[in-house]
Write a protein that binds this ligand. Sequence first.
Ligand SMILES: CC(C)(COP(=O)(O)OP(=O)(O)OC[C@H]1O[C@@H](n2cnc3c(N)ncnc32)[C@H](O)[C@@H]1OP(=O)(O)O)[C@@H](O)C(=O)NCCC(=O)NCCS
Length: 153
Amino acid sequence: MNKNNIKLKSITKKNFWDIVLLNQGEDGKKYVADNSYTLLEAMFDNKLKYVKGIYIGKTPIGLIYYNPLSKKKMFINRYMIDEKYQGKGFGKKAFELSLKYYTKKYSPKVLQISSKNKIALDLYKKFGFVDKQDKESKDFYKKYKEKLLVLDL
Ligand SMILES: CC(C)(COP(=O)(O)OP(=O)(O)OC[C@H]1O[C@@H](n2cnc3c(N)ncnc32)[C@H](O)[C@@H]1OP(=O)(O)O)[C@@H](O)C(=O)NCCC(=O)NCCS
């Protein structure tokens, strides 16, 4: 499977089972909700407008969900790669692609993301995200026990 064939696809009636059936793995369950929950949330939030399936060619491998908090700010609510495809460089490539796609399409000035997963946090930092060091991030940590990262564009 070739990293260069990674695509983001809309999630519709035709392909939603592709995405629901992906599995973040036992370890991944500590960090990310099942995709069925994410799709339900994204359906109520904004009718699935900002959630995408990640595919290599026709093979579904993951999900990413950027949620606009305002005109300027998007929060990356959910990101997962199916356990079968983890650790092969697909997550890094798909994250890079998502940054290009969402920033071009929606022109946010700020992106935020949070995680407890050290592998994920390190990955986001490779794209310029930094620890948010303010009251919001302290409150966020108290509430969710997750580090909040920010990228100013
Ligand atoms: C986090 C996640 C999206 C990363 O995707 P991935 O396809 O596994 O990541 P990649 O193979 O592209 O690797 C990205 C980097 O992490 C490192 N990495 C990946 N798996 C690793 C592991 N098990 N141990 C140590 N480092 C690891 C890679 O070496 C790579 O580093 P590099 O940039 O120096 O090459 C994926 O593992 C996942 O979905 N995990 C479960 C859910 C989760 O935690 N989501 C994030 C919630 S915010």
